[in-house]
Design a protein around this ligand. Structure first.
Ligand SMILES: [Zn+2]
Length: 269
């Protein structure tokens, strides 16, 4: 290799070095989604997760307290079958001033923009991130219940970050909690979520089994609550038993001395 060729190679290395450094630096900027995706793709290249489920390490399933508090969490999942809203349930929560955490999917926001604005503006509710496309959170494309997960680390970033930015653009507040579509994760996706500033929100109390239970089943499940429980329910299925079950259970839980809180009001276990 001649001197001229060598100097060209050196110049190329210098150029790569500078742009790589710039990419890592720019990843800290909220505007550089592509750089963020590249950063996480590089960080977890060649890593094979060995966990897959709802309770992998890092998923927060309880509030860290002995107080008689319950965090009701309501998912709004989106899609043709999941774009609804249980208006009676939401009106009840507002009338009775019952705080709750709402995990909102990007597709649901698109279907209900004005309602989303109203809910986000109500301090009773914490708005949390239920993903852009409601995908299980995998870096290898694993699926669950027949739903394909994200294919790689970059898609996990898209799933979390696109919806976080969408929520922040409308509400002015960036969400701090993420629950994937189906609530399934591998442990690397959990780490990516944490590194994007989102704690991963699991649950300790199955409230409506994917909005398939009757009101009586939902009520019975909620009445088994213990201090610090995080209850997983849905706000997007008015035809389900969820709303009537929640409305029946809340006064009874209050009589037993429980109160209701948003997830971020407490530390997690
Ligand atoms: Zn969902």
């Amino acid at each position: 290799m001649g001197l001229v060729a060598m100097s060209k190679v050196l110049a190329l290395f210098l150029f790569i070095g500078i742009t790589t450094g710039a990419a890592v630096f720019a990843a800290a900027s909220p505007s550089s989604l592509e750089n963020l995706k590249q950063l996480f793709s590089d960080r977890y290249a060649g890593v094979t997760p060995d966990r897959w489920g709802e309770r992998v390490p890092g998923v927060r399933t309880r509030l860290d307290t002995d107080e008689k508090v319950i965090a009701l969490t309501f998912d709004a999942c989106g899609s043709a079958k999941g774009n609804g809203v249980d208006s009676r349930l939401m009106a009840f929560l507002i009338r009775e001033q019952i705080p709750a955490t709402l995990f909102i999917n990007g597709r649901w926001i698109d279907a209900n923009p004005e309602l989303f604005r109203q809910l986000a503006a109500n301090p009773l509710f914490e708005i949390a991130n239920h993903g852009m496309r409601h995908k299980p959170a995998s870096i290898t494309g694993r699926s669950i219940y027949g739903i394909a997960g994200t294919q790689n680390a970059a898609e996990v970033v898209d799933e979390i970050e696109l919806n976080a930015r969408k929520i922040e653009a409308i509400s002015g507040v960036r969400p701090k909690l993420y629950r994937s579509g189906t609530a399934y994760y591998d442990e690397i996706a959990v780490r990516i979520s944490q590194e994007l500033g989102h704690e991963v929100a699991g649950y300790s109390l199955l409230g409506d089994a994917g909005a398939t239970w009757s009101a009586a089943q939902v009520k019975a499940a909620l009445l088994k609550a213990v201090p610090g429980d995080i209850a997983l329910l849905h706000m997007n299925h008015p035809e389900a038993g969820t709303g009537a079950g929640v409305i029946a259970a809340i006064p009874e839980l209050q009589r037993r001395g429980f109160r209701f809180v948003r997830m971020s009001d407490y530390q997690f276990k």
